[in-house]
Design a protein. Structure first.
Length: 215
């Protein structure tokens, strides 16, 4: 009987030690969590995307607001607005051309410049506010006007933002007008057939300065 009790006690001790080794220390991040200090980044729809990765279809322009985060010997964070001349001012690098570049291209340019001052800098370029890209919607909608394009916007999404079509709108005669150089290209959009589940391809992604006309 005494031997059985001793065996049970010994098993209890081993189980307690094993649990303490597998347990997460108090105050430590859970397993699989990003390292402490890693910025949490999300797109305009609130969906996370990898730090420094390309934002679909987005090119930086004047008046856009960017967050520049640099990890090196120390963490450096800057919130900058792209000036009318397309440049931003950063510590150590002075002025850098940002307009016309994607976030990844700007990240590469900043990283290259910082290697003169920092050892293996890690750079993140995060769009916070996009003001340089916009579209127009005019005609028979509840709220005609100018709308920020953001990173991606289709015709149907713009119509939702504009409050939908008015009662007497000609839903089968909507037109998107796009300027390409000196030319203007027209893309027809039949909202009626779209609602019927036909010809989804006509719901094209909009480009900056497109005008959606709802007769």
């Amino acid at each position: 009987m005494k031997q059985l009790i001793a065996v049970l006690l010994l098993a209890t001790v081993f189980a307690t030690v094993a649990m303490s080794q597998n347990a997460t220390p108090k105050g430590a991040p859970p397993k699989g969590a990003p390292p402490k200090g890693t910025p949490l980044i999300a797109d305009q729809k609130g969906q996370p995307f990898p730090s420094g990765e390309e934002v679909d279809g987005y090119v930086i322009g004047p008046e856009d607001v960017l967050s520049i985060v640099v990890f090196g010997e120390d963490q450096i964070s800057s919130k900058v607005t792209v000036r009318a001349d397309g440049k931003i001012a950063l510590l150590l690098l002075d002025e850098i051309q940002a307009s016309g570049l994607t976030p990844v291209q700007l990240k590469q340019r900043i990283t290259q410049g910082l290697t003169k001052f920092l050892t293996e800098p890690r750079v993140f370029v995060i769009p916070i506010e996009i003001h340089s890209q916009f579209v127009y919607v005019v005609g028979s909608v509840a709220k005609p006007g100018v709308y920020a394009l953001g990173t991606s916007l289709r015709i149907t999404e713009l119509l939702v933002r504009a409050g939908g079509l008015s009662e007497f709108a000609k839903a089968d005669q909507i037109v998107i007008i796009r300027e390409q150089g000196a030319q203007k290209i027209r893309f027809p959009f039949n909202y009626k057939t779209f609602l019927q589940g036909k010809n989804f391809k006509q719901d094209i992604p909009l480009q900056s300065r497109d005008m959606v006309v709802v007769p």
